[in-house]
Every structure is written in C-alpha cells, then in structure tokens.
Design a protein around this ligand. Structure first.
Ligand code: NAD
Length: 350
C-alpha cells in the first residue's frame, strides 16, 4: 500500500428527499438567526417557497447568482447582506449559486447552509473561482467550505434530462480523477468507486424517464464525487476542461461529460489500478469504453467539433494545457494532448 495522508472536511451532511424542511433547524444549529437566501433568477420561485418555511430566519433573498461568480454580482449581494443584517447565507441551486455563497463567506466568514440542486459538487469543496473583468481566478481556502449541506433529492427532479445527464457525468469525472490522484488515499478511492457505481447505474434511468429513485442515487454519488474533488488534486481531465471552458467558452458540464472517456484513455496505461476500479464500478471490462457509452447516453453533443471548435483551436488548446499542467499519472505532452483532443473532436471511440 502507498503511504498517504487523509483529512476529513469539517462539515455536516443531511441527506434525503424532502429534507429541505430541516433548513430552519439546520440554521438554528449553526447559530444563525437571519440568513440571506441566494438563488439564480431562474430558481427564485423555489427559494421563495423555502423562505416561507423559515419565518424570520429568512432575512432576504438575493436572486442574482450567475455562472463563474462575477465579482460585481458578489458586491451587490454584499450590499444586500448589510442592509438586511444577515448573519448567515443559505444557497439553494447549482454551482453558480453555491459559488456566490462561497464568495460571501470568503469576504465575511459567515456560516453557509448549501442546498445543491445539480450534481456539480461545489458544496463539498474549499475551492472558489471568481471572475473579474472577464478573468477567472481560483483559490482554495477552508473559509469557503459550507458548514452544512442538505441534499434533497426532490430538488433535482426539476432538472431537465439534458442538464441532469451532463451534470452527473461532471461528477463522475471528479471521481475518476480521484482514483489516480497524486495525493489519493484508500478512503477517497472507496468514495470515488462508490460514486461512479451510483451515478453510472442511475444514468440510463435518468435519461429515459427522469426516474426519481435514480435521481436520488445520482445525488448520493454526486455528494461522494464532490467530496473527492474537495479532498484530492485533479489531473489532465480537469486541466483540459478548464482550458476549453476558460479560453474557448465551452459549457462546463457538457465538456466534462464529453472529455472524460478521452482523459481516462490518456491515463489508462499509466493508471491501470484506477481503470480497473472504474471498470468494476461500471460493470464493464474497459473503463474508457464504458465511459464513452455513458457519455453518448448523457450528452446531446458527442464530438468537440459539435461545439464549433476548429482543428486550429485544438493546437492552441494543447499548447495552453501544457503551459502549467496539473500533476498527472502520465506525462502531459503537447503531442499527447493534441491527439486526445483530436479523437474527441472527431468523436472516435477512445
Ligand atoms: P449552474 O449552477 O450554473 O446552473 C445552471 C442552470 O440550471 C441555472 O440557470 C440554474 O438556475 C438551473 N438549475 C440548477 N438546478 C436546477 C434544478 N434542479 N431544476 C431546474 N433548474 C436548475 O450549473 P452547475 O453545473 O451546477 O454549476 C456550474 C458552476 O459551478 C461553474 O461556474 C463551475 O465552475 C462551478 N463549480 C465549482 C466547483 C468548485 O469546487 N468551486 C465545483 C463544480 C462546479
């Protein structure tokens, strides 16, 4: 066995359909009397309904959360926070809304109650990305880790399958990379394999009929995958997705979904034990092939060329990816990354 270090994140997790009804009790547990509620404009109605169950603990609602945590949005939320004299934040939504809660916690150290409604997993991580003047920067600090998370499977039922599928594959990607992380551990690997098993098993039923039991399984897997993302370093897959998202404006979850079979293939020979565990979790012989099957089930766009990328863009993306590579089990070379991108661009089986 390899030597390892493992540190558990200091947070409380409450899981189960309908458990958002515990929000008032969870705020009380945090010592919060007046929480500022956060949402995107699209989810304002759902958060208003939650506010009605909180009585005076709901001090106000800021419904302006946006993708990539723009700092001007955070400043507007901070103004409202002061006006309503809030002593905590409650974020109900996907990674964008949870990102706003983290940005407020970074500036104030206020307690956060997160109620995720996608599978992105941000609620489990001490990572915050913020965008100022079009530039996104990321930092890692325990200050932004939510104190309490409520996973309520009722809330993911409203996710359209076209959003749920890629979001679930985004979570699988965290777990795959955790299995070969430089700072991995047996505990994280257990969580990662279980996450892949839960989400991979649920995905067909989610895509076919948005089955509630399958959505709950996927949410359970997303929790575990998010915990992996929050605990260990990510590798080539997350690097290339950050390049494709940051420099080419491609959408977060669909790009994770599209690229994970190709990233797994890139690392297959260098990380055979990780691949065995991915394959075992998916009940398959070959991990990249099984991930490719899931990707085609989940994503409407199954080739990088479907996103409008040109062959010239592939050269540029490969060059950016090797500038400051993340640690990876196989050396990250420009030629190797270009080849991986080209296979994904053509939609070839990995
Ligand atoms: P999102 O939060 O941007 O949500 C996408 C859209 O779906 C929004 O309009 C939202 O209101 C809507 N939506 C969310 N849940 C819904 C539901 N249950 N029903 C109907 N509509 C719903 O998307 P996301 O993929 O969850 O988050 C992406 C963002 O999170 C990116 O900015 C990404 O960088 C960030 N992220 C950060 C971390 C981290 O650790 N810091 C981890 C993962 C993702």
């Amino acid at each position: 066995m390899r030597p390892f270090a493992y540190q558990a994140a200091p947070m409380r997790v409450v899981f189960g359909a309908g458990r958002r009804s515990n929000a008032a009790a969870e705020l009380e547990r945090l010592g919060a009397r007046r929480a500022l509620l956060l949402s995107t404009p699209e989810q304002e109605g759902d958060v208003r309904a939650l506010a009605e169950t909180l009585g005076p603990r709901a001090a106000g609602l800021f419904a302006g959360a946006a993708m990539h945590t723009p700092t001007d949005v955070t400043e507007r939320a901070m103004t409202m926070l002061g006006e309503v004299r809030a002593d905590a934040v409650l974020a109900m939504g996907g990674g964008s809304t949870i990102g706003l809660a983290k940005a407020i916690a970074l500036r104030t150290d206020l307690a956060q109650l997160a109620i995720p409604t996608t599978f992105a997993g941000s609620e489990m991580t001490p990572i915050i990305g913020q965008t100022e003047a079009g530039r996104k920067t990321t930092q890692t600090t325990r200050k932004v880790l939510p104190e309490t998370v409520i996973y309520d499977a009722d809330l993911v039922r409203t996710l359209p399958a076209a959003v749920a599928g890629p979001s679930a594959m985004n979570a699988i990607a965290h777990a795959v990379e955790a299995l070969y992380a430089e700072d991995g551990s047996p505990v994280i690997s257990l969580m990662a394999e279980e996450a892949i098993r839960a989400i991979g098993g649920a995905l067909p039923a989610i895509m076919e009929r948005q089955d509630p039991a399958a959505l709950e399984q996927a949410l359970y897997g997303a929790w575990l995958a998010g915990a992996c993302l929050g605990s260990v370093g990510m590798a080539i897959h997350h690097k290339i997705c950050h390049v494709l998202g940051g420099s080419f404006g491609l959408p977060h979850a669909p790009i994770h979904c599209l690229m994970i079979p190709y990233s797994a293939h890139y690392n297959a020979e260098a990380a055979p034990r990780a691949m065995d565990r991915v394959a075992r979790a998916l009940g398959a012989d070959d991990a990249p092939a099984a991930l490719h099957d899931l990707m085609r089930l989940a994503n409407a766009q199954t080739r990088l060329s479907d996103f409008g990328l040109t062959e010239g863009d592939l050269d540029e993306a490969a060059a950016i990816a090797v500038e400051q590579p993340y640690w990876n089990p196989r050396p990250v070379t420009r030629g190797g990354v270009r080849e991986m991108l080209h296979a994904a661009w053509e939609g070839r089986a990995p």
